[in-house]
Design a protein around this ligand. Structure first.
Ligand code: NAI
Length: 211
């Protein structure tokens, strides 16, 4: 399949397949039909077959899917074995929660440095990583070439710092600041995360159900 031709909605489902397959493998399930997998995931069997066919199939007629090998294939498609270096900017409430609770390694990243401008925070450690002064960011990027920046800072700071980070070679942003960075740069990959959007969708769905 040519690069970039798989739809965004299929790609958005891959981490969920990966998570379900991990749980199945942990429960000792060796193989599963598309029908069983669909029932567990609230999808249809034909959707699962269509999604996986985008990458060449993986199932066998009459056998279904081998859980461990499909799990590994999807991990490979997602690039999870690649451990890209990531820096986190903003060690406040959100940044701390992310640094402490996110399993970066299993998702293809290594949290290599944390930066903040608050003197109270500089020198403290989160998940074994020391918080450095933001003034050290330039030197750090020159030396360590991180690929990814996780932005847990207010919008105004994100606008300015993202420009610097792009010029320092950062190619991907996991962006929690309420600013749509994807619009500003070409050739940069941005995942904007808005927890509020998810909550609004919950509100919508409840409203629909109550009609
Ligand atoms: P916070 O105030 O606890 O932490 C922000 C941290 O960023 C502080 O430690 C501050 O010193 C640091 N900071 C500010 N400017 C900086 C700069 N130029 N360089 C380095 N560090 C800098 O705020 P909290 O709760 O952690 O939220 C962070 C941001 O994320 C806020 O702007 C908030 O609106 C946003 N947010 C987004 C969510 C989402 O779903 N996208 C959810 C929650 C918060």
């Amino acid at each position: 399949m040519p690069k970039g031709s798989v739809s965004a909605s299929v790609i958005r489902r891959l981490p969920r397949y990966h998570r379900f397959l991990r749980e199945l493998a942990d429960d000792g399930v060796v193989r599963i039909s598309s029908g069983d997998l669909a029932a567990r995931m609230g999808l249809t069997a034909s959707q699962i077959r269509q999604d996986l066919n985008c990458f060449g199939g993986f199932g066998q007629q009459g056998y279904g899917y081998n859980v461990q090998s499909l799990y590994e294939e999807i991990g490979r498609i997602l690039g999870l074995g690649t451990h890209r270096r990531a820096v986190l900017i903003g060690a406040g409430n959100l940044g701390r929660a992310i640094a402490q609770h996110m399993d970066f390694v299993s998702r293809g990243f290594e949290l290599s440095a944390i930066f903040d401008l608050d003197p109270e925070l500089i020198g403290r450690q989160i998940a074994g990583v020391a918080i450095q002064n933001i003034t050290a960011l330039y030197d750090y990027c020159k030396r360590m070439n991180p690929t990814v920046a996780i932005l847990c800072i207010p919008k105004e700071a994100a606008i300015k710092l993202s420009r610097d980070l792009v010029s320092l070679g950062v190619r991907g942003f996991w962006n929690f600041s309420h600013y749509d960075l994807a619009l500003d740069y070409e050739g940069i990959v941005v995942e904007n995360v808005h927890l509020g959007d998810s909550l609004s969708i919950l509100c919508y769905r409840l409203s629909e159900m109550e009609k």
